[in-house]
Design a protein around this ligand. Structure first.
Ligand SMILES: NC(=O)c1ccc[n+]([C@@H]2O[C@H](COP(=O)([O-])OP(=O)(O)OC[C@H]3O[C@@H](n4cnc5c(N)ncnc54)[C@H](OP(=O)(O)O)[C@@H]3O)[C@@H](O)[C@H]2O)c1
Length: 327
């Protein structure tokens, strides 16, 4: 059967996702060809499809996958044909049966991880790695410190709950339903707040004895922005790393002055600037899974042909944890 890829020729709802036959060529210098077993589903794919993050069109979609290396181009030394491999990276185009891509973005997948787990964990897990290990307030985070993590029952969120617990952090989770709150607690959050029904900033004050948290990890964006700033202690760090509810409006810097807050807007893809860094971040993630600190569960599996349904469900907030497309 010929190769196939998900493509869009215009931004819009899930209906713009089409599956087309594609020719996958041979890898050039520094490239590999990978045959996917599974592709990761991420909220960033929704931003790309809907135009929140505009792309030149037409385009493929998807930034995470796992499978077998079929061929390597000149100069590639860390991968060989037949290797199990996984990645989270640009260029966009992971929703495909096979693809050619830069080798420097791709790492070997350890044998204790399935392809489904690889596709479910690389983008989300490496994001949690750089958030909890590299995106820190002044003086760092110590065991016992409170952090607030929004959308904690999602793909990134459930990995963060577990990893934070392993680091001794007291993670306060937010999620959109009581069932999702229970899931976050089951994965290591110490407290969980249903932000659909409760004022999370008030609850954070109660939980922290009026002080507030050292860091807020906020991927929800517009709807949580004000409450997140209100939840921070003086000199706390606001990490705005996503916009599931809408893009945060332009910020008046004065909003930070009352508490001398720090603000960052990071991206995984700024961290993954070389093979060495990618291997280091992925290696730390694999080690966390191997020692049992983080379990990688695949909560949603969709046949490749049901990519539209996968997007509908992710956007409708009916999913929890990680989801994959099965190739
Ligand atoms: N900057 C980076 O490096 C980076 C890297 C990876 C991911 N991210 C961001 O991290 C977030 C999580 O990514 P993910 O792939 O794991 O997705 P996800 O958390 O599984 O799904 C997004 C979640 O956001 C919450 N949400 C709150 N308001 C929403 C709204 N109005 N519409 C839709 N969802 C809403 C929902 O959880 P509740 O129902 O519990 O509210 C939803 O399940 C995304 O914003 C993503 O863009 C950023």
């Amino acid at each position: 059967m010929s190769d196939r890829a998900v493509r869009i020729s215009q931004a819009g709802g899930p209906e713009v996702l089409t599956i087309e036959p594609v020719q996958v060529g041979d890898p050039g210098p520094g490239e590999i060809r990978i045959r996917h077993a599974a592709c990761g589903l991420n909220y960033i794919d929704i931003y790309h499809r809907s135009g929140v993050y505009p792309l030149p069109l037409p385009t493929g979609l998807g930034m995470e996958g796992a499978g077998i290396v079929e061929a390597v181009g000149e100069g590639v030394t860390h991968l060989r044909p037949g290797d199990r491999a996984a990645y989270a990276s640009q260029p966009i185009g992971a929703y495909a049966t096979a693809r050619v891509m830069p080798a420097r973005c791709v790492v070997k997948l350890p044998d204790f991880l399935s392809f489904e787990q690889g596709a479910a964990m690389m983008l989300k897990g490496m994001t949690v790695q750089y958030l909890l290990r590299r995106t820190l307030p002044q003086g760092g985070l110590q065991p016992g410190d409170h952090v607030l993590f929004h959308a904690a029952a999602g793909g990134v969120g459930l990995i963060a709950c577990q990893w934070a617990k392993a680091l001794g952090l007291r993670l306060i989770a937010t999620a959109g339903s009581d069932a999702k709150c229970r899931l976050a607690l089951d994965h290591g959050a110490e407290f969980a707040i249903n932000y659909s029904t409760e004022n999370f900033a008030e609850r954070v004050k109660e939980i922290t004895g009026g002080r507030g948290v050292k860091v807020v990890y906020d991927s929800v964006g517009a709807s949580t922005w004000e409450g997140s700033l209100a939840s921070l202690r003086p000199f706390g760090l606001m990490v705005s790393f996503g916009n599931a509810s809408g893009v945060v409006p332009p910020v008046a810097l004065g909003a930070l002055s009352a508490k001398g807050l720090y603000l960052t807007r990071p991206s995984l893809f700024v961290h993954l600037d070389s093979l060495e860094t990618t291997q280091a971040i992925a290696g730390d993630l694999f080690a966390a899974v191997e020692r049992g600190a983080v379990r990688i569960e695949v909560e949603q599996r969709y046949p490749f042909d049901e990519v539209q349904r996968a997007h509908r469900e992710l956007e409708a907030r009916t999913t929890t944890g990680s989801g994959v497309l099965l190739v």
